[in-house]
Design a protein around this ligand. Structure first.
Ligand code: PLP
Length: 345
Protein backbone atom coordinates (compact mmCIF):
# COMPACT_ATOMS: atom_id res chain seq x y z
CA UNK A 1 0.00 0.00 0.00
CA UNK A 2 1.35 3.37 -1.04
CA UNK A 3 -0.87 5.36 1.26
CA UNK A 4 0.08 5.50 4.93
CA UNK A 5 -3.31 5.24 6.58
CA UNK A 6 -3.15 6.20 10.26
CA UNK A 7 -6.89 6.71 10.72
CA UNK A 8 -7.56 3.27 12.19
CA UNK A 9 -6.41 -0.34 12.33
CA UNK A 10 -9.72 -1.26 10.66
CA UNK A 11 -8.16 -0.22 7.32
CA UNK A 12 -5.82 -3.22 7.34
CA UNK A 13 -6.33 -5.45 4.34
CA UNK A 14 -6.09 -9.24 4.47
CA UNK A 15 -2.54 -10.55 4.10
CA UNK A 16 -1.56 -12.68 1.06
CA UNK A 17 -1.60 -15.72 3.37
CA UNK A 18 -5.18 -14.91 4.40
CA UNK A 19 -6.32 -14.51 0.79
CA UNK A 20 -4.87 -17.90 -0.04
CA UNK A 21 -6.51 -19.55 2.98
CA UNK A 22 -9.81 -17.91 2.07
CA UNK A 23 -9.64 -19.21 -1.48
CA UNK A 24 -8.97 -22.75 -0.23
CA UNK A 25 -11.32 -22.77 2.77
CA UNK A 26 -13.52 -25.84 3.25
CA UNK A 27 -17.01 -24.45 3.83
CA UNK A 28 -20.58 -25.48 4.60
CA UNK A 29 -23.83 -23.88 5.74
CA UNK A 30 -23.05 -22.30 9.11
CA UNK A 31 -26.71 -21.70 9.98
CA UNK A 32 -26.98 -25.52 9.94
CA UNK A 33 -23.77 -25.56 12.02
CA UNK A 34 -22.06 -27.31 9.10
CA UNK A 35 -19.18 -25.02 8.21
CA UNK A 36 -16.06 -26.82 9.45
CA UNK A 37 -13.85 -23.75 9.20
CA UNK A 38 -16.26 -21.61 11.22
CA UNK A 39 -16.62 -24.39 13.79
CA UNK A 40 -12.86 -24.62 14.08
CA UNK A 41 -12.43 -20.87 14.52
CA UNK A 42 -15.13 -20.72 17.18
CA UNK A 43 -13.68 -23.65 19.10
CA UNK A 44 -10.06 -22.52 18.88
CA UNK A 45 -10.84 -18.92 19.82
CA UNK A 46 -12.84 -20.08 22.85
CA UNK A 47 -10.03 -22.41 23.90
CA UNK A 48 -7.39 -19.68 23.63
CA UNK A 49 -9.34 -17.61 26.14
CA UNK A 50 -10.19 -20.54 28.40
CA UNK A 51 -13.90 -20.30 27.53
CA UNK A 52 -16.28 -23.10 26.59
CA UNK A 53 -17.69 -21.81 23.33
CA UNK A 54 -17.62 -19.07 20.73
CA UNK A 55 -19.70 -17.64 17.92
CA UNK A 56 -18.62 -15.81 14.79
CA UNK A 57 -20.51 -12.54 14.35
CA UNK A 58 -20.50 -9.91 11.64
CA UNK A 59 -18.89 -7.10 13.64
CA UNK A 60 -17.82 -5.94 17.07
CA UNK A 61 -21.01 -3.91 17.37
CA UNK A 62 -23.09 -6.98 16.68
CA UNK A 63 -21.06 -9.07 19.14
CA UNK A 64 -21.58 -6.53 21.93
CA UNK A 65 -25.29 -6.19 21.13
CA UNK A 66 -25.80 -9.95 21.14
CA UNK A 67 -23.98 -10.20 24.48
CA UNK A 68 -26.08 -7.42 26.02
CA UNK A 69 -29.36 -8.85 24.72
CA UNK A 70 -28.41 -12.34 25.92
CA UNK A 71 -27.33 -11.28 29.41
CA UNK A 72 -29.93 -8.60 30.15
CA UNK A 73 -33.74 -8.81 29.69
CA UNK A 74 -35.93 -5.82 28.75
CA UNK A 75 -36.23 -3.31 31.58
CA UNK A 76 -32.96 -4.32 33.17
CA UNK A 77 -29.86 -2.22 33.58
CA UNK A 78 -26.24 -2.51 32.44
CA UNK A 79 -23.35 -0.76 34.19
CA UNK A 80 -20.96 0.58 31.55
CA UNK A 81 -18.41 3.37 31.08
CA UNK A 82 -19.62 6.76 29.87
CA UNK A 83 -16.83 6.75 27.29
CA UNK A 84 -17.31 3.12 26.25
CA UNK A 85 -17.72 2.28 22.58
CA UNK A 86 -21.01 0.63 23.58
CA UNK A 87 -22.30 3.98 24.86
CA UNK A 88 -20.71 6.37 22.33
CA UNK A 89 -20.64 4.54 19.01
CA UNK A 90 -23.30 1.86 18.92
CA UNK A 91 -26.46 3.92 18.43
CA UNK A 92 -27.81 2.99 21.87
CA UNK A 93 -28.50 -0.45 20.39
CA UNK A 94 -29.13 -1.98 23.81
CA UNK A 95 -31.96 0.50 24.41
CA UNK A 96 -33.27 0.71 20.85
CA UNK A 97 -33.38 -3.02 20.24
CA UNK A 98 -33.20 -4.58 23.70
CA UNK A 99 -35.14 -2.23 25.99
CA UNK A 100 -32.09 -2.19 28.28
CA UNK A 101 -31.07 0.91 30.20
CA UNK A 102 -27.38 1.79 30.32
CA UNK A 103 -26.11 3.03 33.69
CA UNK A 104 -23.01 4.98 32.63
CA UNK A 105 -20.14 5.53 35.08
CA UNK A 106 -17.19 7.87 34.50
CA UNK A 107 -14.29 6.21 32.72
CA UNK A 108 -11.05 7.17 34.47
CA UNK A 109 -7.87 8.35 32.73
CA UNK A 110 -6.47 4.83 33.15
CA UNK A 111 -9.46 3.32 31.34
CA UNK A 112 -11.03 1.82 34.45
CA UNK A 113 -14.36 2.29 36.19
CA UNK A 114 -13.85 2.83 39.92
CA UNK A 115 -14.82 -0.25 41.90
CA UNK A 116 -16.62 2.01 44.38
CA UNK A 117 -18.65 3.58 41.57
CA UNK A 118 -19.65 0.12 40.36
CA UNK A 119 -20.58 -0.97 43.89
CA UNK A 120 -22.84 2.06 44.39
CA UNK A 121 -24.44 1.68 40.97
CA UNK A 122 -25.65 -1.86 41.67
CA UNK A 123 -29.36 -1.68 42.53
CA UNK A 124 -30.97 -3.12 45.61
CA UNK A 125 -34.04 -5.30 45.30
CA UNK A 126 -36.75 -2.64 45.28
CA UNK A 127 -39.90 -2.31 43.18
CA UNK A 128 -38.86 1.20 42.13
CA UNK A 129 -35.63 0.06 40.51
CA UNK A 130 -34.64 -1.67 37.33
CA UNK A 131 -32.69 -4.86 37.95
CA UNK A 132 -28.95 -4.59 37.40
CA UNK A 133 -27.83 -7.54 35.30
CA UNK A 134 -24.40 -6.86 33.87
CA UNK A 135 -21.18 -4.89 34.17
CA UNK A 136 -19.40 -4.14 30.91
CA UNK A 137 -15.81 -2.93 30.64
CA UNK A 138 -13.66 -2.19 27.58
CA UNK A 139 -10.13 -3.50 27.04
CA UNK A 140 -8.21 -1.79 25.54
CA UNK A 141 -10.25 1.31 26.43
CA UNK A 142 -10.26 3.18 23.13
CA UNK A 143 -11.47 6.70 23.78
CA UNK A 144 -9.01 7.40 26.60
CA UNK A 145 -6.21 6.27 24.30
CA UNK A 146 -6.29 2.48 23.86
CA UNK A 147 -5.30 1.97 27.48
CA UNK A 148 -4.91 -1.70 28.45
CA UNK A 149 -6.64 -2.86 31.64
CA UNK A 150 -4.68 -5.27 33.84
CA UNK A 151 -5.78 -8.83 34.63
CA UNK A 152 -5.78 -7.84 38.34
CA UNK A 153 -8.27 -5.05 37.74
CA UNK A 154 -10.47 -7.24 35.56
CA UNK A 155 -10.62 -10.01 38.15
CA UNK A 156 -11.56 -7.46 40.82
CA UNK A 157 -14.47 -6.28 38.68
CA UNK A 158 -15.48 -9.90 37.99
CA UNK A 159 -15.42 -10.70 41.70
CA UNK A 160 -17.50 -7.65 42.56
CA UNK A 161 -20.01 -8.45 39.81
CA UNK A 162 -20.30 -12.09 40.80
CA UNK A 163 -20.73 -11.24 44.48
CA UNK A 164 -23.90 -9.40 43.42
CA UNK A 165 -25.07 -12.09 41.00
CA UNK A 166 -24.16 -9.98 37.98
CA UNK A 167 -22.25 -11.05 34.89
CA UNK A 168 -19.18 -9.35 33.47
CA UNK A 169 -18.87 -8.67 29.74
CA UNK A 170 -15.70 -7.35 28.16
CA UNK A 171 -15.78 -5.33 24.96
CA UNK A 172 -12.39 -6.65 23.92
CA UNK A 173 -12.29 -5.30 20.37
CA UNK A 174 -8.51 -4.98 20.86
CA UNK A 175 -8.07 -7.59 23.62
CA UNK A 176 -4.94 -9.07 22.02
CA UNK A 177 -3.29 -5.64 22.24
CA UNK A 178 -4.06 -5.66 25.97
CA UNK A 179 -2.64 -9.17 26.42
CA UNK A 180 0.46 -8.09 24.48
CA UNK A 181 0.89 -4.97 26.62
CA UNK A 182 0.79 -6.99 29.86
CA UNK A 183 2.69 -9.90 28.32
CA UNK A 184 0.08 -12.39 29.52
CA UNK A 185 -1.95 -15.07 27.75
CA UNK A 186 -5.37 -14.29 26.24
CA UNK A 187 -6.98 -16.39 28.99
CA UNK A 188 -5.22 -14.39 31.72
CA UNK A 189 -6.19 -10.97 30.36
CA UNK A 190 -9.96 -11.69 30.54
CA UNK A 191 -9.66 -13.06 34.09
CA UNK A 192 -13.08 -14.00 35.43
CA UNK A 193 -15.22 -12.45 32.67
CA UNK A 194 -18.40 -14.25 31.61
CA UNK A 195 -18.32 -13.12 27.99
CA UNK A 196 -16.05 -11.20 25.66
CA UNK A 197 -16.20 -9.81 22.14
CA UNK A 198 -13.11 -9.22 20.03
CA UNK A 199 -12.55 -8.01 16.48
CA UNK A 200 -10.78 -10.01 13.80
CA UNK A 201 -10.78 -7.03 11.47
CA UNK A 202 -8.73 -4.45 13.37
CA UNK A 203 -5.04 -4.98 14.18
CA UNK A 204 -5.46 -8.70 13.45
CA UNK A 205 -5.97 -7.85 9.78
CA UNK A 206 -8.87 -10.12 8.77
CA UNK A 207 -11.35 -8.61 6.28
CA UNK A 208 -14.46 -8.89 8.51
CA UNK A 209 -15.92 -10.53 11.56
CA UNK A 210 -15.72 -10.65 15.32
CA UNK A 211 -16.05 -13.39 17.89
CA UNK A 212 -18.18 -13.55 20.98
CA UNK A 213 -17.13 -16.15 23.55
CA UNK A 214 -18.62 -17.45 26.79
CA UNK A 215 -20.16 -20.54 28.36
CA UNK A 216 -21.83 -23.20 26.21
CA UNK A 217 -25.30 -22.20 27.44
CA UNK A 218 -24.64 -18.51 26.87
CA UNK A 219 -23.42 -19.09 23.31
CA UNK A 220 -26.40 -21.33 22.56
CA UNK A 221 -28.71 -18.44 23.49
CA UNK A 222 -26.45 -15.96 21.65
CA UNK A 223 -26.91 -18.02 18.49
CA UNK A 224 -30.66 -17.36 18.61
CA UNK A 225 -30.10 -13.64 19.14
CA UNK A 226 -27.61 -13.51 16.26
CA UNK A 227 -30.25 -15.05 13.99
CA UNK A 228 -32.94 -12.50 14.84
CA UNK A 229 -30.45 -9.70 14.23
CA UNK A 230 -29.81 -11.08 10.75
CA UNK A 231 -26.32 -12.27 11.58
CA UNK A 232 -26.68 -15.89 10.49
CA UNK A 233 -24.23 -16.26 7.61
CA UNK A 234 -23.95 -19.29 5.36
CA UNK A 235 -20.52 -20.21 3.89
CA UNK A 236 -18.81 -17.93 6.38
CA UNK A 237 -15.81 -20.28 6.44
CA UNK A 238 -14.32 -17.97 3.81
CA UNK A 239 -14.10 -15.33 6.55
CA UNK A 240 -13.21 -17.80 9.30
CA UNK A 241 -10.19 -18.99 7.30
CA UNK A 242 -8.72 -15.50 7.57
CA UNK A 243 -9.85 -15.37 11.21
CA UNK A 244 -7.77 -18.43 12.09
CA UNK A 245 -4.64 -16.72 10.77
CA UNK A 246 -5.68 -13.58 12.64
CA UNK A 247 -5.91 -15.27 16.07
CA UNK A 248 -2.96 -17.62 15.76
CA UNK A 249 -0.47 -15.59 13.78
CA UNK A 250 -1.34 -11.91 13.59
CA UNK A 251 -1.97 -11.78 17.34
CA UNK A 252 1.71 -12.65 17.86
CA UNK A 253 3.09 -9.56 16.13
CA UNK A 254 1.14 -6.76 17.84
CA UNK A 255 4.18 -5.79 19.93
CA UNK A 256 5.64 -4.39 16.68
CA UNK A 257 2.71 -1.97 16.43
CA UNK A 258 3.18 -0.94 20.06
CA UNK A 259 6.89 -0.35 19.52
CA UNK A 260 6.16 1.68 16.39
CA UNK A 261 3.54 3.70 18.25
CA UNK A 262 6.06 4.51 20.99
CA UNK A 263 8.61 5.44 18.31
CA UNK A 264 6.10 7.71 16.53
CA UNK A 265 5.15 9.40 19.81
CA UNK A 266 8.81 10.05 20.61
CA UNK A 267 9.50 11.51 17.14
CA UNK A 268 6.33 13.65 17.13
CA UNK A 269 7.41 15.09 20.46
CA UNK A 270 10.18 16.94 18.57
CA UNK A 271 7.93 18.30 15.80
CA UNK A 272 7.11 22.00 16.35
CA UNK A 273 3.33 22.56 16.44
CA UNK A 274 2.55 19.06 17.70
CA UNK A 275 1.87 18.16 21.32
CA UNK A 276 1.77 14.44 22.03
CA UNK A 277 -1.10 13.74 24.46
CA UNK A 278 -0.73 10.01 25.04
CA UNK A 279 0.60 6.77 23.68
CA UNK A 280 -0.70 3.39 24.74
CA UNK A 281 -0.58 0.08 22.87
CA UNK A 282 -1.06 0.96 19.16
CA UNK A 283 -2.59 4.47 19.52
CA UNK A 284 -0.93 7.88 19.59
CA UNK A 285 -3.11 10.89 20.44
CA UNK A 286 -1.69 14.30 19.55
CA UNK A 287 -2.84 17.90 19.57
CA UNK A 288 -2.28 20.41 16.77
CA UNK A 289 -1.12 23.53 18.63
CA UNK A 290 -3.06 26.79 18.19
CA UNK A 291 0.22 28.44 17.09
CA UNK A 292 0.18 26.40 13.85
CA UNK A 293 -0.79 28.60 10.89
CA UNK A 294 -2.71 25.86 9.07
CA UNK A 295 -6.26 25.08 10.09
CA UNK A 296 -6.80 21.44 11.19
CA UNK A 297 -8.56 20.81 7.86
CA UNK A 298 -5.68 22.32 5.87
CA UNK A 299 -3.31 20.18 7.92
CA UNK A 300 -5.12 16.92 7.08
CA UNK A 301 -5.43 17.97 3.43
CA UNK A 302 -1.70 18.73 3.18
CA UNK A 303 -0.89 15.42 4.86
CA UNK A 304 -3.12 13.55 2.42
CA UNK A 305 -1.31 15.27 -0.49
CA UNK A 306 1.71 13.49 1.00
CA UNK A 307 -0.22 10.18 0.94
CA UNK A 308 -0.71 10.18 4.70
CA UNK A 309 -4.25 9.85 6.01
CA UNK A 310 -5.23 11.26 9.38
CA UNK A 311 -8.58 12.36 10.73
CA UNK A 312 -9.49 14.56 13.67
CA UNK A 313 -10.97 12.84 16.69
CA UNK A 314 -14.78 13.06 16.80
CA UNK A 315 -15.80 16.12 18.81
CA UNK A 316 -12.36 17.75 18.76
CA UNK A 317 -11.01 19.92 15.96
CA UNK A 318 -7.35 19.76 16.97
CA UNK A 319 -7.08 16.32 18.51
CA UNK A 320 -5.81 13.55 16.27
CA UNK A 321 -5.48 9.82 16.68
CA UNK A 322 -2.75 7.94 14.85
CA UNK A 323 -3.24 4.18 14.86
CA UNK A 324 -0.36 1.84 14.13
CA UNK A 325 -0.91 -1.50 12.41
CA UNK A 326 0.53 -4.22 10.22
CA UNK A 327 0.92 -2.02 7.13
CA UNK A 328 2.91 0.71 8.87
CA UNK A 329 6.54 -0.26 9.31
CA UNK A 330 9.24 1.68 11.15
CA UNK A 331 10.41 3.13 7.82
CA UNK A 332 6.93 4.44 7.10
CA UNK A 333 6.77 6.03 10.55
CA UNK A 334 9.92 7.96 9.61
CA UNK A 335 8.19 9.10 6.40
CA UNK A 336 5.22 10.35 8.44
CA UNK A 337 7.47 12.44 10.68
CA UNK A 338 9.40 13.90 7.73
CA UNK A 339 6.17 14.83 5.94
CA UNK A 340 4.73 16.38 9.08
CA UNK A 341 7.80 18.55 9.60
CA UNK A 342 7.56 19.68 5.98
CA UNK A 343 3.84 20.46 6.21
CA UNK A 344 4.14 22.34 9.50
CA UNK A 345 7.51 23.99 8.76
C1 PLP B 1 -14.25 -1.15 16.76
C2 PLP B 1 -14.81 -1.32 18.10
C3 PLP B 1 -16.04 -1.93 18.30
C4 PLP B 1 -16.99 -2.29 17.17
O1 PLP B 1 -16.47 -3.01 16.14
P1 PLP B 1 -17.12 -2.91 14.67
O2 PLP B 1 -16.61 -4.16 14.07
O3 PLP B 1 -16.58 -1.68 14.06
O4 PLP B 1 -18.59 -2.90 14.81
C5 PLP B 1 -16.48 -2.13 19.58
N1 PLP B 1 -15.74 -1.73 20.63
C6 PLP B 1 -14.55 -1.13 20.49
C7 PLP B 1 -13.78 -0.72 21.70
C8 PLP B 1 -14.04 -0.89 19.22
O5 PLP B 1 -12.87 -0.28 19.09
Amino acid sequence: MDVIDLRSDTVTQPTPEMRKAMANAVVGDDVYGEDPTVNRLEAEAAEMFGMEAGILVTSGTQGNLIALLTHAPRGSEVIVGDKAHIVLYEQAGMSALGGIMPHPLPVQEDGTLLLDDIKHAIRDDNDHFPRTKLVSIENTQGTVGAVPLSPEYTSQVAELAHRHNLKLHIDGARIFNAATAYNVSPAEIIAGADSMTFCLSKGLGAPAGSLLIGTKDFIKEARRVRKVLGGGMRQAGILAAAGLIAIHKMSQRLHEDHTNAAYLAKKLGDVPGIRVMSQNTNFVFFWLEETVKLSPLEFTNRMSENNILLSPYPGYERKFRAVLHYWITRKRVDEVVIAMRRVLG
